[in-house]
Design a protein around this ligand. Structure first.
Ligand code: ZN
Length: 271
């Protein structure tokens, strides 16, 4: 576009308009509940053409409301951002050139609706939300890291996948979550099985796929309000001291991003 006319050029500001929800608030585990209305489904494309398939890779939480804190006091938002950026790059390099990274700012709750709005307004075909896990506060233990009292729990580890039955494309979302879960399993990674345990209290979830770790989480805003298929990935536990280190390694990040992209690729081929 030519900028030489002396008139005001209008810039579209997009990112700020977006974002959303977080699954884990503060140090506590996963997500926030919300509303019930089922969004109007986006029409499912007859087939999936990779360059036209609009994938939104949502970075969980915001810089201001950063989600969980790791065992070494690093905010979850940073882990989410690094991995989501890698997932986006991987998807693009494999032919999903319409993939976009969604970074949201602001407070936790409004950011959830911004995310949904961005995905729906952009007529997304798929929303993938990237998070890192923690544990309920009552399970936290203390240790000293870098001279400061810090919190950890080495009791649980692993990734997990969440889908909402209130999403208008629940069946597709579940199918995709299973495909991603299978790819993660093929990499030798295990899923977090604690979500079925009583100790998880209000974070307990129904396990929909015992083989690859897909859970049902109906009330999550980003899953239930999005008009496209939607899957949330908790990539690993950053409150677990060993797993935090692994989640910081480029090897693990590449492994997960590759598994996610392979799962999405398979999903696309089957449509
Ligand atoms: Zn989170």
């Amino acid at each position: 576009m030519s900028l030489g006319r002396g008139i005001v050029t209008i810039l579209l500001v997009s990112l700020v308009a977006l974002l959303l929800p977080s699954i884990d608030a503060g140090r506590a585990a996963p997500a926030r509940k919300v509303a019930k209305a089922r969004p109007k489904p986006a029409p499912a494309p007859a087939k999936c053409e990779m360059p036209k398939f609009r994938i939104v890779v949502d970075v969980g939480h915001t810089p201001d409301s950063y989600g969980a804190l790791s065992a070494r006091n690093d905010p979850e938002f940073g882990f989410n951002f690094r991995l989501a950026r890698l997932v986006t790059a991987k998807l693009k390099s494999e032919g999903f050139t319409a993939t976009r990274l969604l970074v949201t700012d602001g407070k936790a709750r409004p950011s959830l609706f911004k995310r949904v709005g961005a995905a729906n307004d952009g007529r997304a075909d798929l929303l993938l939300s990237i998070h890192h896990d923690s544990v309920p506060d009552k399970l936290l233990e203390t240790w000293e890291f870098d001279g400061a009292k810090s919190y950890f729990s080495d009791r649980f580890s692993g990734h997990s996948l969440f889908v909402s039955e209130r999403n208008p494309h629940f069946a597709s979302s579940l199918k995709l979550a299973r495909m991603i879960g299978r790819r993660l399993k093929e990499q030798g990674l295990h899923y977090a099985s604690q979500y079925t345990l009583p100790v998880m209290g209000r974070y307990r979830r129904q396990l929909l796929d015992k083989d690859v770790g897909v859970y049902r989480y109906d009330g999550l805003v980003v899953l239930s309000r999005t008009r496209s298929a939607a899957v949330l990935l908790e990539a690993g536990s950053i409150i677990n001291r060993d797993e935090e280190m692994e989640m910081n390694s480029s090897e693990r990040q590449e492994m997960i991003a590759g598994a996610v992209a392979a799962g999405v690729g398979e999903f696309c081929k089957m449509r």
